[in-house]
Design a protein around this ligand. Structure first.
Ligand code: ADP
Length: 270
């Protein structure tokens, strides 16, 4: 980065000051490149289901009397529109998050209740693969933030654990408190993620296997949303994984101090 350091002496005071002029053009160019990349990815991702729906509609028009074909095309149109809806929802969520200031709008949130809700929402998907969601542990203090966003983040992590695990396995969700932090870990018995992939999976639209992600309803945005929500809450999300031994995603969030009243004065019981 181009940083210019200028030394100035303020004569009457006789003290020396150092003036640092940081040339942040590099930073701006980088942000712009990321934004352009994102727009290109969004266009590509949206065009795929829209194109498929349009082709399927044409095919439907061309064979209105073939009952079997009509059923098949209609089913595929349904699937493509569900994918389009999931994509639009995730894109909106992500852009909302990038401008959000959670700290100013937050409340004291019971993390145990957040996790219970996230588990509840992932239940159907887990049952469809006969995956057992095993919940254990507890946290002692609330965290400060937005309960709905936290449910979204944990639901994404649990959904992923289910999505990338074979049938008849278990997904463990563990909670604990210590050192002023609430820690939630989500472990699966899936295929795991290689070390190189682990560095990239939090990037927008990055998938290890795009076909598998699409097939199972993924948008490629889930982990970027998780990362934004958690960092907005002053926390961090990390991954441990070994191909063949499953993956564990760990979220650490700062707990509110005992008896600390939250600035807004409300407790949110989700
Ligand atoms: P997607 O919608 O594709 O699941 P995410 O951003 O949630 O997008 O995840 C990015 C990629 O990280 C996924 O496509 C998948 O390859 C990998 N991934 C995420 N969670 C897991 C997991 N629990 N086990 C194995 N791979 C995972």
């Amino acid at each position: 980065q181009g940083t210019i350091i200028i030394q100035v002496r303020i004569a009457p005071v006789g003290e020396e000051y150092i003036l640092i002029l940081a040339d942040d053009r590099t930073e701006i160019t980088r942000t712009e490149a990321i934004r352009n990349d994102f727009v290109a990815n969004v266009s590509h991702e949206l065009k795929t289901p829209v194109g498929a729906i349009s082709l399927l509609a044409e095919a439907l028009e061309a064979s209105p009397d073939d009952e079997e074909a009509v059923r098949r095309f209609a089913q595929r149109m349904h699937k493509e529109s569900a994918r389009l809806a999931a994509l639009v929802q995730d894109i909106i969520e992500l852009s909302r998050l990038q401008g959000a200031n959670i700290v100013q709008q937050g409340k004291a949130v019971d993390l145990g209740a957040v996790i219970a809700e996230a588990v509840d929402r992932s239940k159907l998907q887990a049952e469809s693969k006969n995956i057992e969601l095993v919940l254990g542990g507890s946290v002692s203090e609330p965290v400060y933030g937005d309960a709905d966003l936290l449910v979204t983040a944990f639901r994404n992590l649990i959904d992923n654990a289910v999505r990338y695990s074979p049938s008849n396995t278990k997904v463990g969700i563990g909670l604990r408190s210590g050192g002023g932090l609430a820690t939630v870990s989500i472990s699966d018995q899936g295929d795991g993620i290689s070390a190189e992939e682990q560095e990239r999976i939090f990037e927008r639209f990055y998938r290890v296997d795009a076909a598998r992600s699409r097939q199972t309803g993924g948008t490629g945005l889930g982990l970027s949303i998780v990362k934004h929500v958690i960092s907005n809450h002053g926390g961090e999300v990390t991954v441990w994984s070994q191909p063949g031994s499953g993956s564990t995603f760990t979220v650490r969030l700062p707990e509110m101090e005992k008896g600390q009243s939250d600035p807004a004065g409300n407790t949110e019981n989700h």
